[in-house]
Design a protein around this ligand. Structure first.
Ligand code: ATP
Length: 233
């Protein structure tokens, strides 16, 4: 479904991705982990078509993300690690605004907003202002915005960052639910333990290269993947 081939990305004077290749299976959750500066955000930006690689390509269902970004974006949701919300707008208006931006026709917009809110457990918050929500609920709203057009794939950059343990637990349940409904997720973190309970695949990035990529099958991640966590402590 998603195929990344020989991806190279350069910042001025610095190679951030150095020949990254992998394929993501449909209906999976890939934990994208690696130490600070490994290239996780850069990789997700390239996969979302927001950063143009120096070489290589990203294909989503045979669609080249950089050559035909419109088609790709119709099937893809993306949550940046620095997402912003319109804090003065209600949850409903935020979702409606995003639904419009995604080109959902007016006669289908209310249903799309309701569905996204329900999927993220926000159906009883529709009238509340985004700025009044807790950090965990704001994160959920940001994810609801990213999936309002029902993409097949969602890329999430450090979604658990800044959440308390309870909100992290809730987020894990939400992401697992999206996968069970048929979505394919790629979720980054520099803390492997945050993701390994519910991820189906592990992709370890280090210095712009893939260190490890394999199915987890319910087994704990190998020690090699934990090495960088120890370095962070
Ligand atoms: P983190 O976990 O800290 O968010 P990351 O794995 O997401 O890190 P990236 O943000 O993709 O890593 O950065 C990869 C490398 O590229 C890092 O060494 C970073 O310093 C460098 N980098 C990122 N943005 C720029 C930029 N605009 N100009 C130059 N170098 C950059």
């Amino acid at each position: 479904m998603i195929r990344v081939e020989d991806l190279v990305f350069d910042y001025p004077g610095f190679r951030a991705l150095d020949g990254v290749s992998f394929a993501v299976e449909p209906h999976s959750i890939t934990a994208l982990v690696g130490p600070n500066g490994a290239g996780k955000t850069t990789l997700l930006n390239c996969m979302a078509g927001l950063a143009l690689p120096a070489a290589g390509r990203v294909q989503l269902d045979q669609i080249d993300v950089h050559r035909t970004p419109r088609e790709a974006h119709a099937r893809m949701g993306y949550l940046s690690d620095f997402f912003g919300l319109y804090s003065e707008l209600s949850v409903q208006r935020c979702l409606d605004y995003r639904a419009r931006a995604q080109g959902i026709p007016s006669d289908r917009r209310a249903a799309a907003v309701q569905r996204a809110a329900e999927r993220l457990g926000l159906a009883d918050r529709l009238k509340q202002r985004a700025g009044e929500l807790s950090r965990g609920l704001r994160q959920r709203l940001a994810i609801a915005q990213a999936i309002v057009h029902e993409p097949a794939v969602i890329l999430l950059d450090e979604p658990a960052s800044g959440l308390d343990p309870e909100a992290r637990f809730g987020l894990a349940a939400v992401l697992r639910g999206l996968k069970d409904e048929g979505m394919t997720l790629i979720v980054s973190s520099h803390i492997l333990a945050e993701l390994e309970d519910y991820s189906t695949h592990l992709l370890v990035l280090e210095q712009g290269r893939i260190l490890d990529y394999h199915a987890l099958d319910g087994a704990p991640a190998p020690n090699a993947a934990r090495r960088f966590e120890l370095q962070l402590v």
